[in-house]
Design a protein around this ligand. Structure first.
Ligand SMILES: NC(=O)c1ccc[n+]([C@@H]2O[C@H](COP(=O)([O-])OP(=O)(O)OC[C@H]3O[C@@H](n4cnc5c(N)ncnc54)[C@H](O)[C@@H]3O)[C@@H](O)[C@H]2O)c1
Length: 274
């Protein structure tokens, strides 16, 4: 299947050399790999023969996943750029980076009493920005030198449907996921601008509600009330594997229950009048 080009890429010279490299016999780093979507993806990659370094701040959970898949574990707080340097120096380089770790704004906090923004502790704001946004930027920054040197690589970031639609349940979460998508599209455009450059594909997955630990009880009740099915982490992991095959450079996979996964289509911005 031909790589899907987003509008920015179409404005620029395009690297047509994206190969359909198999994830087998490649080396991958997975962030947030101790649980949920990261864990399911680490398992799916290992089943295809990829050597996986599972990373997380949950040492016990991450080590169990690493042992289960015959990979290794590295402690990594994705919001710490020094930790990224240390982990890449010790375990890199990588062919695949699945930049997946993420939290909801009120992670580990009691349910809301008031408006989600009025009730927002500044510490919680800084924490989610550090994990959901810095974690993706620092991760891409850390793995890219090795990929550029080897001439190829795949970076997949976990955004969310909340990065494409308004997400009133958690506006700051929506902000971070819109940011991940903007970063992925822009970074992809930067690579597409250099047709003789490395064969590096950058994309995002945008799952809807998935049955993992990030879904707190209050949100779970809201989802049940609307009547939306939770997807399994394995279903989302399957789309990550498909992304590695199809390599939609700059694209975002919409993953929604009962709907064939598809890359999001943006409306072009009209040029200013002459
Ligand atoms: N579950 C959903 O409904 C859903 C929907 C769309 C997007 N997502 C996104 O999927 C990604 C994975 O979340 P999940 O649903 O599997 O939840 P999860 O809670 O099961 O997994 C998240 C993992 O990230 C780890 N983590 C938290 N802070 C970290 C840090 N500072 N550094 C490294 N790791 C850290 C956690 O320990 C955990 O293992 C997140 O980015 C989330 O925003 C989830």
């Amino acid at each position: 299947m031909a790589p899907v080009r987003q509008p920015e890429c179409l404005l620029l010279p395009v690297n047509d050399g994206f190969s359909s490299a198999s994830p087998a016999k490649r080396r991958a780093i997975v962030t947030g790999g101790a649980s949920g979507i990261g864990k399911a993806t680490a398992i799916a990659m290992a089943e295809l023969g990829t050597e996986v370094v599972v990373t997380d701040i949950d040492q016990a959970g991450g080590a169990i996943v690493a042992e289960q898949i015959g990979g290794s574990f590295a402690m990594l707080d994705v919001g710490d750029p020094v930790a990224w340097d240390r982990v890449i120096a010790a375990t890199g380089p990588f062919d695949i980076a699945f930049l997946n770790a993420g939290i909801a704004t009120r992670h580990g906090m009691p349910p809301l009493d008031r408006h989600p923004l009025v009730d927002l502790p500044i510490d919680a704001y800084r924490r989610i920005m550090s994990i959901n946004l810095d974690g993706v930027v620092y991760g891409a920054r850390a793995v890219l030198p090795g990929m550029i040197q080897r001439g190829s690589g795949d970076i997949i970031a976990t955004a969310s449907v909340a990065g494409l639609i308004a997400y009133g349940i958690d506006p700051i979460y929506g902000l971070t996921k819109h940011g991940v998508i903007g970063f992925v599209r822009s970074l992809a455009a930067a690579f597409a601008a250099n047709p003789d450059g490395p064969d590096i594909c950058i994309s995002a997955i945008c799952p809807g509600f998935t049955d993992t630990n990030i879904i707190g009880e209050a949100v779970r009740d809201q989802i049940n009330a609307i009547g939306i099915d939770l997807m399994s982490p394995g279903h989302v992991a399957g789309v990550v594997m498909r992304t590695l095959e199809e390599r939609p450079h700059g694209g975002q996979w919409v993953i929604w229950p009962g709907v064939e996964p598809h890359t999001y289509e943006w409306h072009p911005v009209l040029p200013p009048p002459a």
